[in-house]
Design a protein around this ligand. Structure first.
Ligand code: HEC
Ligand code: HEC
Length: 319
């Protein structure tokens, strides 16, 4: 994720210029963490760096290399195509820098493991053409994905899509219902940084990685927790079943176990914070590629607090 820093200045200007069009109401602001600065930076210490469960050691220069995504667990995934692992200096930031080799994705990004290859290609193309934007105009994390989409060649994208589609789906978060949560501060790049103390959860999902510094140098086995309000999972189950305001049950298109169909991507076991943002992006029209048209009505049928409940339930399901 080294390249994130490079885009900071530019993204901040874009955000400032376009704020008037922002389509995120106060009740959904939690789904678009965007602080003034990022905690992401060179790892503390001189190295070499090690990781529990890995026999490998990497130097400070290696973990700081923005052109290569560190691979701590090379035996746990098939060989990755070049575009996923590194760039030769002028290609896009390697996919694994943000989505990891396992595809589970860093908080703020998205999990890609086991998504249909055609869906991955369609979404990256939509980021490139402008059919997929963040409802939070200028959201820096989405801005980084757009830069990749613009820079990646069609053949490299096909390779990346085939790679991520071949990986097993995983439960990417643990969902915990709780009236209070650790305090957090929003990072510029769409994740939450821990802060001292606790506070009331309110009506939101609080997604927190157990060890962000280890994630920043490529450890994709770090536990991520989605805290959700008490009762959210059961309320969400009922809404998913009924389909919410428009009465179109989610399973109709996303499959009986919400594990995805040829028509619509999987929802089960994915990050509630990501899914909530995706729902609002679709509902607001910021995400309006052709296939998202089918998803417009179901998304409009959900209120912000129903979105919290629905995504809490979806994240808790078996992928
Ligand atoms: C610098 C970080 C970064 C890199 C590198 C990156 N992505 Fe992303 N990607 C993101 C973020 C952040 C999002 C979520 C954007 C949002 O929610 O608006 C995302 C979302 C996606 C999605 C949407 C997933 C869904 O479920 O709809 C796809 C597909 C994707 N990326 C593919 C790729 C591919 C393929 C590559 C490599 C060619 C790549 N990304 C490289 C940050 C990155
Ligand atoms: C009529 C079919 C249909 C129904 C019903 C439907 N969806 Fe979807 N959904 C889709 C399609 C198609 C997409 C992919 C959109 C795209 O390609 O941009 C999608 C995408 C999504 C996404 C974004 C996933 C991602 O990876 O970014 C979420 C979240 C989602 N749906 C949630 C729901 C929920 C919750 C319900 C029930 C309230 C629901 N959907 C009902 C067809 C449907």
């Amino acid at each position: 994720m080294r390249k994130l820093i490079a885009g900071a200045m530019l993204a901040a200007c874009v955000a400032g210029a376009a704020l008037a069009e922002n389509a995120v109401p106060r009740e959904m602001a939690w789904a678009y963490p965007t602080g003034a600065k990022s905690t992401f930076g060179p790892p503390p210490g001189a190295g070499p760096f090690t990781m529990p469960g890995s026999k490998l050691r990497f130097s400070k220069a290696q973990v700081s290399d923005e052109n290569t995504a560190v691979d701590w667990f090379p035996d746990s995934h098939p060989p990755a195509p070049p575009v996923v692992a590194h760039n030769s200096g002028k290609g896009p930031t390697p996919c694994a820098a943000c989505h990891f080799y396992s595809g589970v994705g860093a908080p703020g990004a998205a999990d890609l493991a086991g998504l249909p290859a055609e869906y991955i290609i369609a979404q990256v193309t939509a980021f490139k053409t402008g059919e997929r934007r963040s409802a939070n105009t200028g959201q820096p994390s989405t801005g980084e994905m757009i830069k990749v989409a613009v820079a990646v060649s069609n053949s490299a994208l096909r390779q990346a899509a085939a790679y991520y589609a071949s990986l097993p789906r995983k439960q990417v978060v643990r969902v915990v219902e709780s009236a209070t949560v650790p305090k957090t501060t929003p990072d510029q790049y769409g994740w939450l940084n821990p802060a001292p103390g606790r506070e009331a959860i309110g009506n939101r999902v609080v997604e927190l990685a157990a060890d962000l510094p280890a994630m920043f140098i490529g450890n994709d086995r770090i536990a991520v927790t989605d805290y959700v309000p008490p009762g959210a999972i059961a309320r969400g189950a009922a809404i998913v079943m009924s389909g919410g305001g428009t009465g179109q049950a989610c399973a109709m298109c996303h499959g009986g176990s919400l594990q995805g169909t040829s028509m619509a991507p999987p929802l089960a076991g994915r990050s509630a914070a990501y899914l909530a943002r995706a729902l609002w992006d679709i509902r607001s029209g910021a995400r309006h590629d052709a296939a998202a048209g089918m998803m417009q009505a179901p998304a409009r049928g959900l209120t912000p607090s129903q979105i919290v409940d629905v995504t809490a339930y979806l994240a808790s399901r078996k992928p």
